[in-house]
Design a binder for this molecule. Structure first.
Ligand SMILES: [Zn+2]
Ligand SMILES: [Zn+2]
Length: 179
């Protein structure tokens, strides 16, 4: 992993804290820095919410948020987002949707189905289905209720008859902003 300048700075600040010295002392004595200590300061994750690097004690942890940003709801939804991201990856399709982007989309649709605007959000719906080459990206994913999801299934949006055209048009317009 490559470290940004600010990551290195915060690692130095952290190291100074644990050694109970100030950073200038640390910089003056760089030769005496215990490099093993520095190696331990591996920021092995980047928070999906605030984009800041953070450390996790457990590299197998499925968390994607730093302790400041973690909430049970964000955690649960992010696991689902990453599941869909991995699905797209398996088909070698664009797979860039982040939990934060997904939350913004959910907020835009009022946590309701993007198609009928009545049913509650039940799943991440790929406007162009994965099996037809649609990736898990902000420009291709909207929330859907179970009923609309069943209607749409893996039909291409150009061919679907069971969802009103004006709803498809509205959703397409929203997605176009991000694709
Ligand atoms: Zn964070
Ligand atoms: Zn619906």
């Amino acid at each position: 992993m490559l470290y940004s300048f600010s990551q290195i700075c915060s690692a130095l600040v952290d190291l100074a804290k644990t050694k109970n010295v100030d950073v200038s002392t640390l910089l003056n004595d760089l030769e005496q820095v215990n490099w093993d200590d520095l190696k331990k300061l591996n920021f092995d994750r980047v928070c999906s919410w605030c984009n800041k690097p953070y450390r996790t004690g457990n590299r197998y942890s499925r968390d994607h948020f730093c302790p400041q940003c973690w909430t049970p709801e964000r955690h649960k939804i992010s696991l689902y987002v990453y599941l869909q991201v991995r699905r797209a990856e398996r088909y070698q399709l664009p797979a860039t949707l982040t939990p934060k982007e997904w939350f913004a989309t959910l907020k835009y649709f009022g946590w309701k189905c993007a198609y009928c605007q009545v049913g509650p959000y039940d799943c991440i719906e790929h406007f162009v289905p994965i099996k037809q080459g649609g990736g898990t990206t902000r420009g291709n994913c909207v929330p859907a209720c179970t009923s609309c999801d069943k209607k749409k299934r893996s039909t291409h949006p150009d061919l679907i008859k069971s969802i009103p055209q004006e709803d498809l048009k509205r959703v397409r317009k929203y997605l176009k902003r991000f694709s």
